[in-house]
Design a protein around this ligand. Structure first.
Ligand SMILES: *Cc1c(COP(=O)(O)O)cnc(C)c1O
Length: 427
C-alpha cells in the first residue's frame, strides 16, 4: 500500500511507515494513492467475518504483510461479534459495541496494537493520544501490558462520561492518563504539538493512536462488509448507511469500503451541534466554532482530523458528492429520537440516536437503512436513564471499572507542562 501526505504530495510512504509515523509533514494525513476494487465481493460476503476481513485487509495493504500473519492478527484483534439488529421495517442497526470497551473503537484500537507489535521489533514506542471519550479506553485496553509500549492519554476533564473515563484511567501499569482542563480540540492540539517536537519524538518514539492512524481506518472498513453480509440477500440492492460523526474517521472508512466495491452508494455523516462539516457542505466555508458540549460527547469535535481524507475522495470523484449527506442533530431532537426508538423496543444511546436520525432525514423510502450503534447504552448510562426513565443494566467490564480508582493526573492545556510531565514519567 502506498500512501501520500494530503498536505505534501512529495511525501509518499508505505503502510508500515504510515502506521509508525501517524501524521505526515506539515501535520498532513496520509491517504492511499490507489484504492482498487475487489472483484469477488459476492463470494467475500459469504465468508465468516474474520476470514473475510483478512482478505479485505490483504487487498488494501498489499504484500507488505504476509497473508498468514495478517490472518492471525485479524483473528486476535476481531475476537468479538458484530451484530446487525432489525429495528423496523426498513432499518437495521449495526451494533459495533460488543468488544472489550463497549464502543466501535475496539476494532481500530486492537488492529493498530497488532500492527505496532509487528512493526516495532522491540524498539521503544510511546502512544500519545487525545480522546473524546472512547478512543482512550479502546487504545488503553489494546496496549495494556504490551512490552516496550507506553500509552499516554489526554482527555478533557469532566467532559466524558464516568464509565468512559474509568475504563482507561483505572488501569495503571503502562497506561498514563492526564485530565486536561479544556476541550477535546485542546487535547488534540497538544498531541499535534508533541508531534512537531523532534526532541519528544526521538526520545519517546512517539506514535499517535488517533484515527489519524491509517491502521485504525483500514480495520474499520471490515465491519461495513459484515453489515451487508448479515443483511438478507433481497435487501442488499439499495443500501444507505448513516454514521454518527465526530472526527470523521468512521465515515471515511465507510467511503473506502464503498470505493473498493461494497454495494453501498449513499452515506450520511451526522453530527451533533458541532456542525463544522454540515455547514461546510452547505456553504463551502470552513469555519469551526468553539467546541460545544453535548450528550453525544464522543462527537464533540469541531476540527475533524479526518476531513481532508473524506474531502479527497469527494474531490477526486471516487465517491459521488451527491450521495454524501451531512447534517447536524440538535440536543432536543437527539433525546426525542432516543424516546421514539425506545418505543419501538430498541435502546439507543445518544450517538446511535443521531445516526438513526440521519436515515429518517436523508434516506429514500424504499432503500434499506443501516445506522451505526457506536457505543453500548451502558457507556452513557446517566443520560440514557435520564432521557428514557428506564434502568440500564451494567455489563461486567463496566461494573468492575467503576469500582476502581481513577489514576489520572490533572493538567492545564499547556504544552510545556505536558512535556515536562511525560518526560518526568517516562525517561
Ligand atoms: C468516536 C465516536 C464517534 C465518532 O467517530 P469518528 O470516527 O470520530 O467520526 C461516534 N460515536 C462514538 C460512540 C464514538 O466513540
Amino acid at each position: 500500500m502506498q500512501l501520500v501526505n494530503l498536505k505534501d504530495e512529495q511525501q509518499k510512504v508505505s503502510f508500515t511507515e504510515a502506521v509508525k509515523t501517524g501524521l505526515g509533514r506539515n501535520q498532513g494525513v496520509f491517504f492511499p494513492t490507489d484504492l482498487t476494487r475487489l472483484d469477488n465481493v459476492d463470494a467475500l460476503l459469504d465468508l465468516p467475518f474474520a476470514e473475510r476481513s483478512a482478505q479485505i485487509l490483504a487487498h488494501l495493504i498489499g504484500d507488505e504483510l504476509p497473508k498468514d500473519t495478517l490472518t492471525e492478527m485479524v483473528a486476535r484483534a476481531f475476537d468479538f461479534p458484530v451484530k446487525l439488529a432489525k429495528v423496523d421495517e426498513k432499518n437495521y442497526c449495526l451494533e459495533l459495541f460488543h468488544g472489550p470497551t463497549l464502543a466501535f473503537k475496539d476494532f481500530g484500537g486492537r488492529f493498530m496494537a497488532e500492527c505496532i507489535g509487528l512493526f516495532n521489533h522491540g524498539e521503544r514506542v510511546t502512544i500519545l493520544t487525545a480522546t473524546s471519550g472512547d478512543t482512550g479506553a479502546a487504545v488503553a485496553h489494546a496496549f495494556y501490558n504490551k512490552p516496550h509500549v507506553d500509552v499516554v492519554i489526554l482527555y478533557p476533564e469532566g467532559k466524558i462520561s464516568l464509565a468512559q473515563q474509568k475504563l482507561f484511567t483505572t488501569l495503571g501499569g503502562n497506561i498514563h492518563c492526564y485530565a486536561v482542563e479544556g476541550s477535546f480540540d485542546d487535547c488534540q492540539s497538544l498531541v499535534k504539538q508533541a508531534f512537531l517536537d523532534d526532541e519528544v519524538k526521538q526520545k519517546l518514539g512517539l506514535n499517535s493512536a488517533n484515527s489519524i492512524n491509517i491502521s485504525r481506518l483500514v480495520a474499520q472498513v471490515c465491519y461495513y462488509f459484515e453489515a451487508l453480509a448479515q443483511l438478507p440477500k433481497g435487501e442488499r440492492g439499495d443500501v444507505h448507511i448513516s454514521v454518527p460523526s465526530g472526527n470523521f474517521g468512521n465515515v471515511c472508512a465507510a467511503m473506502i469500503a464503498s470505493i473498493i466495491g461494497l454495494p453501498v452508494s449513499k452515506l450520511s455523516a451526522v453530527t451533533n451541534q458541532n456542525d463544522t462539516v454540515p455547514r461546510f457542505i452547505a456553504s463551502g466555508q470552513w469555519s469551526p466554532n468553539a467546541t460545544i458540549e453535548s450528550l453525544s460527547n464522543a462527537m464533540d469535535v469541531s476540527k475533524p482530523n479526518n476531513w481532508p481524507r473524506v474531502q479527497s475522495m469527494l474531490d477526486s470523484g471516487q465517491f459521488e458528492q451527491h450521495d454524501f449527506y451531512s447534517r447536524c442533530v440538535s440536543e432536543q431532537r437527539t433525546q426525542d429520537v432516543m424516546k421514539e426508538v425506545a418505543a419501538r423496543g430498541y435502546v439507543a444511546e445518544p450517538h446511535t440516536a443521531i445516526a438513526h436520525e440521519g436515515l429518517t432525514q436523508d434516506k429514500a423510502s424504499n432503500s434499506t437503512g443501516i445506522f451505526l450503534a457506536t457505543a453500548h447504552p451502558a457507556k452513557f448510562k446517566e443520560s440514557v436513564e435520564q432521557v428514557l426513565g428506564q434502568h440500564i443494566k451494567l455489563p461486567k467490564v463496566l461494573q468492575d471499572a467503576l469500582e476502581k480508582t481513577c489514576l489520572a493526573q490533572p493538567m492545564t492545556a499547556d504544552y510545556e507542562q505536558l512535556k515536562a510531565a511525560i518526560f518526568d514519567k517516562l525517561l
